[in-house]
Write a protein that binds this ligand. Structure first.
Ligand code: SF4
Length: 187
């Protein structure tokens, strides 16, 4: 089987494909070297789920590893509520929902369906406001869109010439390590 793509990197690829290349280069180093404040907060928001301490509800499955052979992806879900057949992705803050975040939720959904789970609802949960934001169950056309996106991820060549976007670079965790920009990180 070809290498599985991590679901958690789908949103980063939309933000900047080159960041995925840098992530792979620096993934072995100390995370403290490049993790900026928002990423650290996001990570901490996921920690109770990752360590399975955020819920005592018997009908919730937390931090379940998932994969799809058909899509060539793998990752981990946050919460699956069995009684509601509901998949939930927790985020610390969601001022705006980006397409990459929707792709991540779709990806988790398709993995779980392929693994035999029944899902009738999917949603984001914003921790900072205690708000649930329902998302439509992906259609066949949505699945095709996701597959085409995953394909472009798989075929990405980091040596392709690119023009860095300074607004993105300033908010990128790799800003101070990236050879494509002279910007400084705002954090
Ligand atoms: S610093 Fe800019 S060009 Fe480099 S990975 Fe980040 S967003 Fe992309």
């Amino acid at each position: 089987m070809e290498n599985l793509i991590s679901i958690s990197t789908l949103n980063d690829f939309i933000f900047c494909p080159y960041s995925i290349y840098l992530h792979n280069v620096y993934m072995e180093t100390d995370e403290g070297l490049y993790h900026a404040t928002p990423q650290t907060k996001g990570k901490l928001a996921h920690e109770p789920v990752d360590t399975k301490t955020s819920s005592n509800r018997k009908d919730e499955i937390l931090a379940l590893p998932v994969m799809s052979e058909q899509l060539g992806i793998m990752g981990k879900i946050d919460v699956y509520r069995k009684s509601e057949k509901k998949l939930i992705e927790r985020k610390y803050q969601l001022k705006q929902i980006y397409q990459g975040q929707v792709y991540q939720l779709w990806a988790q959904y398709f993995c779980m369906v392929e693994m035999g789970y029944e899902i009738e609802k999917i949603a984001f949960y914003e921790i900072s406001t205690n708000k649930t934001i329902p998302i439509a169950i992906p259609t066949d056309a949505d699945k095709m869109e996701l597959m085409s996106f995953i394909n472009s991820f798989r075929e990405y060549d980091p040596s392709t010439p690119m023009k860095a976007n300074p607004n993105k670079c300033r908010h990128c965790i790799y800003c101070n390590l990236c050879d494509k920009t002279e910007e400084d990180n705002v954090y």
